[in-house]
Design a protein around this ligand. Structure first.
Ligand code: IPE
Ligand code: IPE
Ligand code: MG
Ligand code: MG
Ligand code: MG
Length: 290
């Protein structure tokens, strides 16, 4: 299958899943909550993390459609992280995925609660998967570790704190790999778990994600300088007080870092079968403009 067709089948599958089976309770009174969650969850986005779940499952020989709940859970956690990241007490952004941010439409209280609902439901969604109980428990463990205080939430704390001072290269690496890399790692690992991969494949997926996650966040930081707000669906030029590699080293060095980490990520695909799609995806992400 051609790259774009494969991507579209993953994208359409996850979007239909989220749209048709998540946060729909016609007889409940808290409709504003469901509306606010679905506003952000169905606002588009690249759906990269579900694509990682599906394709790592497929590369391990599994039926990727059986990974739907795992993919949905990661996308719910990602969407919650974006809603909270955009709040006035965090990055204070007005646009996300080409629309007004959640709190701009629903107010801060509902936006906080929409994030809470997404985070909570993510774990329930994994629990309801038809995969084996052991696989589900491992998935819940990985998701909790990657999303929690040592992973994404921890990284967001370090990111906010670092606004007050100049960070070292090692500190910036640590922030980036936690705030963004950790959830990408969860996605790749959940895909391997869903596909019944080996321990060797689990290890390779983590290494792949370590490098790809860094490349992805460095490119995100570059796009804050060279990107187009319309195309990105979010404001640019907002990272001036942040500690990013762009601030530390400039765009040219960052471009090279994105390529180096992507090449390093690609090496870890050797542990899998039928890797053309993932290799092409990783390469495409180096030059992404949104
Ligand atoms: C944005 O993630 C936040 C970061 C971790 C850099 P994405 O660029 O994957 O955002 P969507 O899901 O496509 O909107
Ligand atoms: C976001 O990093 C990381 C998380 C949401 C966990 P950024 O703050 O750089 O993401 P954008 O640029 O707002 O999408
Ligand atoms: Mg942020
Ligand atoms: Mg932000
Ligand atoms: Mg950013």
């Amino acid at each position: 299958m051609r790259f774009r067709d494969q991507y579209d089948s993953y994208l359409n599958h996850i979007t239909n899943y989220l749209s048709e089976s998540c946060f729909i309770y016609p007889s409940e009174p808290q409709q504003i909550l469901f509306e606010s969650v679905r506003y952000s969850l169905l606002a588009g986005g690249k759906r990269l993390r579900p694509v990682f779940v599906f394709d790592f499952c497929r590369m391990c020989g599994g039926d990727w459609r059986l990974a739907s709940e795992f993919a949905a859970a990661v996308e719910m956690i990602h969407t919650y992280s974006l809603i909270h990241d955009d709040l006035p007490c965090m990055d204070n952004d007005d646009y996300r995925r080409g629309k007004l941010t959640n709190h701009k439409v629903y107010g801060e209280a509902i936006a906080v609660l929409a994030g809470d609902a997404l985070l909570t439901t993510a774990f329930g969604t994994v629990a309801h998967s038809c995969l084996s109980p052991e696989t589900r428990i491992r998935a819940i463990d990985v998701l909790a570790t990657c999303a929690g205080e040592l992973g994404m939430v921890g990284g967001q704390v370090l990111d906010i704190q670092s606004e007050q001072r100049q960070c070292t290269r090692q500190e910036v690496l640590d922030i980036q790999s936690r705030k963004t890399g950790a959830l990408i790692k969860a996605a790749c690992v959940l895909g391997v778990l869903a596909g019944g991969g080996t321990e060797d494949q689990l290890n390779a997926a983590q290494k792949f994600a370590d490098h790809l996650g860094l490349a992805f966040q460095i490119r995100d930081d570059m796009l804050d300088v060279i990107g187009d707000a319309e195309r990105l669906g979010k404001a640019v030029g907002v990272d001036e007080n942040k500690n990013t590699f762009v601030q530390l080293y400039g765009l040219e060095v960052c471009d090279q870092m994105v390529c180096d980490h992507t090449n390093e990520a690609l090496r870890w695909l050797e542990s899998f079968d039928d890797t053309e799609f993932m290799a092409e995806l990783a390469k495409n992400l180096t030059g992404r403009i949104y």
